[in-house]
Design a protein around this ligand. Structure first.
Ligand code: NAD
Length: 508
């Protein structure tokens, strides 16, 4: 079945699957295109796994599970520590792969790789985190203790926008707890996850523990329907998250499925508008808005706040430093694909057609020397109303929509009533308003004078409403719970014998 990766036919470099510690080229025959977003050209082809190829990878992961699960947690954590070192050593290489396939600029890519590495750093603490509980002598000679056992083969299915960070959210905690993994990364930018799986084996991880299978719906459906897969962790758009959650749970699997977002920043009249503008520039336009925690809606309490803020933002949005991903000192690179760029442009048109005011239109931006790249300038849109489709839906591009609310309560209600509930933030000097906001707003992650409140690795990540389905968040102790099942043992060791008991045993 396997043949050298170079043997494939086309003129473009062909990627591979990484299974059992080996690069496996496709036997299926379907391929997807990978583009360099800065140049606007096809750069490689990725094999799209057939059902039988995915099943072969699952068999490998299943075979690797018993030995890895039986490996001491201390040993597993040492492999993770070595993997952590290699990730640090290869941070620049990984970030450059992110730039070449995703398009975010190098400093941003470096940061995103680091945020993934931090989850691996947390995972190295598994010997402590995976400890069970013990109750001594709950009745005569009886002790109760619990253990956290791995589940088996688990699947991770990831989106295009964080090709290093989100695969590491999942694999770090899944592997250290004793599971084996099939990662199905986005077919738009799979090179970084492939390289990370190689580094895991270089770190001493047994082949078959961390496998990467590339593909599309056929691969995902195989993972969702194969009974050997015990849990599915998904991050992507809401429509697919709902489908993945419904299918995986109907098949008796554990599932956490994170979806899309529309994140509001509430700007109070007492906020420092220079601070707000600084926060919004990074939060709305960083990574070209292709972050599930981007701020895409600024809600100004009062027209005065809105007018003054737009006056500060307009020249800054027009002057965004946009260019090739690998150049340093830039604020924004291209979007991931031509198709995605067109989708974002269609939302800008929709917003205009719906009657909102286009203060800055990024559609005409051309990057000198990179005319074919998938670039867009930043767009700033005012007078956005709750009923507009361009407000109800996720745009996922460098577009900031401004709304005006009459009061704190009305502004907070916009975030609460929106179908998505991933992240939100408030900028204010009023501690009581901030506290009420954090307490009452119906959103999973809240920032107070912090624009993108992505929790660090020792907390956990998860939205509410249409932004997440399932019971556990990503990473942190939530991931420890997601990737393990509890076994509880009641044991009696005593000198005297047992008597027959027919009623429910209770402590006498
Ligand atoms: P996507 O839903 O198109 O793809 C995600 C994954 O699902 C990919 O691996 C893809 O191959 C697979 N997939 C796509 N269509 C499928 C289908 N019909 N059946 C089965 N599998 C399918 O998402 P994307 O465009 O790669 O990523 C952007 C989206 O991800 C945005 O909506 C963004 O908000 C969201 N996102 C959410 C979070 C979060 O934690 N809430 C984090 C990052 C990104």
């Amino acid at each position: 079945m396997s043949q050298p990766a170079e043997a494939l036919s086309s003129n473009f470099p062909a990627l591979y699957h990484y299974v059992n510690g080996e690069k496996i080229t496709a036997s299926g025959g379907r391929f997807g295109d990978i583009f360099n977003p800065t140049l606007g050209v096809k750069s490689a082809e990725v094999p799209l796994a057939s059902k039988s190829e995915v099943e072969a990878a699952i068999a490998v992961a299943e075979a690797a599970f018993p030995a890895w699960a039986a490996t001491s947690v201390l040993k597993r954590s040492r492999v993770m520590t070595k993997f952590l070192q290699l990730l640090y050593e290869h941070q620049t290489e990984l970030a450059e792969l992110v730039c070449k396939e995703h398009g975010k600029v190098i400093e941003d890519a470096m940061g995103s790789v680091l945020r993934g590495i931090e989850v691996v750093e947390f995972a190295c603490g598994a010997p402590h985190q995976q400890k069970g509980e013990f109750s001594d002598n709950v009745a005569n000679g009886i002790d109760i203790y619990s253990m956290r056992k791995p589940l088996g083969v688990v699947a991770g299915i990831t989106p295009f926008n964080f090709p290093a960070m989100i695969p590491l959210w999942m694999t770090g905690m899944a592997i250290v707890t004793g599971n084996t993994v099939i990662l199905k990364p986005s077919e738009k930018d799979p090179s970084c996850p492939l390289r990370m799986a190689e580094l895991f084996v270089e770190a001493g991880g047994p082949p078959g523990v961390f496998n990467v299978v590339n593909g599309d719906k056929e691969a995902v459906d195989t993972l969702l329907n194969d009974e050997r897969i015990k849990a599915v962790s998904f991050v992507g758009s809401t429509a697919i998250a709902q489908y993945v959650y419904a299918t995986a749970t109907a098949n008796g699997k554990r599932c956490q499925a994170m979806g899309g977002a529309k994140n509001h920043m509430l700007i109070m009249p007492d906020a420092d508008l220079e601070d707000v503008a600084n926060a919004l520039m990074g939060a709305a336009y960083g990574s070209a808005g292709e972050r599930c925690m981007s701020i895409s809606v600024g809600v100004c309490v009062g027209d005065k706040v809105a007018d003054e803020l737009i006056e500060i933002l307009k020249p800054r949005v027009e002057a965004l430093r946009i260019g090739p991903s690998l150049d340093s000192g830039l604020e924004m690179g291209p979007l991931v694909t031509k198709q995605h760029r067109e989708k974002v442009m269609s939302y800008i048109q929709m917003a205009q057609d719906e009657g909102s005011k286009l203060v800055v239109d990024g559609r005409d931006f051309v990057c000198d020397g990179y005319e074919d790249g998938y670039f867009l300038g930043g767009s700033l849109i005012d007078q956005v109303k709750p009923e507009m489709q361009s407000y109800q839906e996720e745009i996922f591009g460098p577009v900031l929509q401004i709304m005006r609310s009459g009061s704190f309560e009305e502004g907070m209600a916009l975030a609460t009533d929106h179908p998505y509930g991933n992240g939100t933030s408030i900028f204010t000097k009023d501690g009581a308003a901030a506290r009420t906001f954090a307490d009452k707003v119906e959103v999973g992650m809240v920032g107070i004078n912090v624009p993108i409140p992505v929790p660090l690795a020792f907390h956990s990540f998860g939205g509410w409403k249409s932004s997440a389905f399932g019971d556990h968040n990503q990473y942190g102790m939530e991931a420890m719970r997601f990737y393990t099942k509890v076994k509880t043992v009641t044991s009696r060791w005593q000198d005297k014998g047992l008597e027959a008991e027919f009623s429910m045993p209770v402590l006498k």
